[in-house]
Design a protein around this ligand. Structure first.
Ligand code: FAD
Ligand code: NAD
Length: 486
């Protein structure tokens, strides 16, 4: 039965897809007493992605950067239903979304979780797959994106992405597997050399941060645990463009290159990966004279970080709305996050294609905006309801004017860019900061690293996460990181 307000007005149902930066920001800021709120996501926790690159090496523990959805819904003023499921299809005509029970998030291009093939209750128990559908008055799509492979042959089969918790676990396991396997082989063996080659493809912030973290682990810890193999372990970062970190100031790009050279991270720019086999990365290297040469880079572990691609559910929605037919890289929305071609579906974060970069910062601010927008929509609906069912005491002229004014003055989303930060390894970070409307600060180095740490602690969603991350950092500085597989 649909609950009602005291006025007799029916509460509308708001279905939110996803539990990432956008959806959780919306949920935390939403007045949940105004709607029947249902959250659907295969991931029953929020993941603080900025610190995910620190997890495979154990600089930060995975449990320190996750926050259960239910600990957020429990603190909501109104009831929020959470369903651990993934949306498989959206019917924008009949306002229904089909959901399938799912216990893991599909981060990989192949649609499979990289650490496990078991993703539904049916896999474990043999009971039938649970599929059902929900009706909504408003739908918010915040399903994020999946790692892009650009259809390059062999990528999905042979590489690990860095998007979800399970990816971090897989990277950790494969890293230790190749190190232990190489250790059995004699020095000088070509297979040993291949196993000890870690290739990271994509020189965006994800690739740079993970390369920096891996090199830190080799220099600061593995050299103590396994000096015989640590010296031979090589991290290579492959980037198709002439530079890494292209969204950063040119000075910081140069600084990153210097730090990489100093810490022995091999940087191969102008090198576009064309094919991946089980042991080699095949790439085309652009030379200074404009000609190209083919290169082969043997690898033991390949981490793929070349940006985002739309998820299946996003493509499904695009195919069902005429106004979305030109959408290639994500859902098209207006300045109030309303999906073009619909009047009750909103989208935010990485599943949309807007003038903003697909970052946590953008998704988070969009979530706050949408929470306020839904409060305004509720006010509008209430006014419309009162006008349609007036009491003798209601001044309908005044209410009509109020309604018109509210409709005309509905705010639009305005992004406030606070800057970009990235860790580049050896306790150094780069920062392009914007303070106020006028000042831009560009900095790189150890002080920036301390700033990077403080900023990320500040950004953590809960005090518990803040404390756990600080503990992890202290633990690593006191005892170092170990070399166990788990
Ligand atoms: P996500 O946070 O990815 O959330 C998507 C949610 O949708 C997930 O809960 C997922 O389980 C759920 N979902 C998926 N499919 C379905 C489905 N079919 N039905 C229902 N739910 C579904 N940005 C920054 O600004 N600063 C950083 O330092 C930074 N560091 C990063 C580091 C890494 C390693 C990565 C991968 C990204 C980083 N980003 C950073 C980018 C940032 O994480 C994303 O821009 C942000 O997560 C986007 O938020 P979102 O809510 O759109 O998607
Ligand atoms: P990205 O899109 O920022 O970078 C991907 C890189 O891969 C590009 O430089 C591209 O030229 C390169 N590339 C693509 N195909 C290639 C190929 N075949 N061979 C070699 N190189 C290839 O991707 P990302 O780093 O995963 O980041 C995704 C989003 O998340 C971005 O918006 C980013 O800003 C955000 N993010 C931010 C942070 C941070 O602020 N610290 C950290 C991680 C991610």
């Amino acid at each position: 039965q649909v609950p009602e307000f005291e006025t007799g007005q029916k509460k509308k149902t708001l279905v939110i897809l996803g539990s990432g930066w956008g959806s959780i920001s919306l949920l935390k800021n939403l007045d949940t007493t105004l709607y029947n709120v249902v959250v659907v996501s295969p991931r029953n926790y929020f993941l603080f992605t900025p610190l995910l690159p620190s997890c495979p090496t154990g600089t930060v523990e995975l449990r320190s950067i996750v926050e259960p959805v239910r600990s957020i819904t429990r603190r909501s003023p109104g009831e929020v239903i959470y369903l651990e499921a993934e949306a498989t299809s959206i019917d924008p005509v009949n306002n229904r979304v089909t959901i399938k029970q799912s216990t893991t998030v599909h981060s990989g291009h192949s649609g499979k979780d990289t650490s496990s093939s078991k993703s539904t209750v049916a896999d474990y128990t043999g009971i039938d797959e649970i599929t059902t559908s929900l009706s909504y008055d408003y739908l918010v799509v915040g399903v994020g994106a999946q790692p892009s492979t650009f259809g390059i042959p062999g990528v999905a089969e042979n590489s690990v992405f860095l998007k979800e918790v399970s990816d971090s676990v897989t990277i950790r396991k494969r890293l230790m597997d190749v190190i232990e396997a190489a250790n059995i082989l004699p020095k000088g063996d070509s297979e040993r050399k291949r196993l000890l080659s870690i290739v990271v493809c994509g020189g965006g912030p994800t690739g740079v941060e993970v390369a920096g973290e891996l090199q830190d682990y080799i220099d600061q810890d593995l050299k103590k645990w396994m000096p015989e193999v640590a010296d031979e372990l090589k991290v290579t970062l492959v980037e198709a463009l002439p530079n890494v970190l292209n969204m950063f100031n040119a000075k910081l790009v140069e600084y990153t290159k210097e730090v990489f050279a100093e810490t022995n991270i091999i940087l191969r720019t102008n090198t576009m990966v064309k094919k991946v086999s089980d042991k080699n990365v095949h790439a085309s290297h652009k030379l200074k004279d404009g000609s190209t040469e083919s290169v082969e880079i043997p690898y033991g572990l390949l981490i793929w970080a070349t940006g985002n691609a739309p998820r299946d559910i996003t493509r499904d929605l695009i195919s069902k709305v005429d106004e979305q037919k030109n959408a290639r890289r994500g859902l098209l929305v207006d300045e109030r996050m309303l999906l073009d071609g619909t009047d009750n579906i909103f989208a935010l974060g990485d599943c949309t294609f807007t003038k903003y970069a697909p970052t946590a910062q953008v998704a988070f601010q969009e979530g706050i905006f949408l929470a306020k927008h839904f409060a305004k929509l509720h006010e509008l609906e209430s006014l419309k309801y009162t006008l349609a069912n007036p009491k003798p005491t209601d001044n309908t002229d005044r209410l009509t004017k109020k309604l018109t004014k509210l409709e005309q003055k509905l705010p639009v989303f305005q992004y406030n860019h606070q800057g970009s930060l990235a860790y580049i390894g050896s306790e150094r970070a780069v920062a392009d900061l914007v303070w106020g409307d006028w000042s831009n600060i560009t900095s790189g180095g150890s002080f920036t690293y301390l700033f990077w740490r403080s900023a990320y602690i500040y950004m953590c969603l809960s005090v518990k996460n803040q404390i756990l991350v600080c503990f992890d950092w202290v633990k690593v500085s006191l005892f170092g990181r170990d070399c166990s597989k788990e």
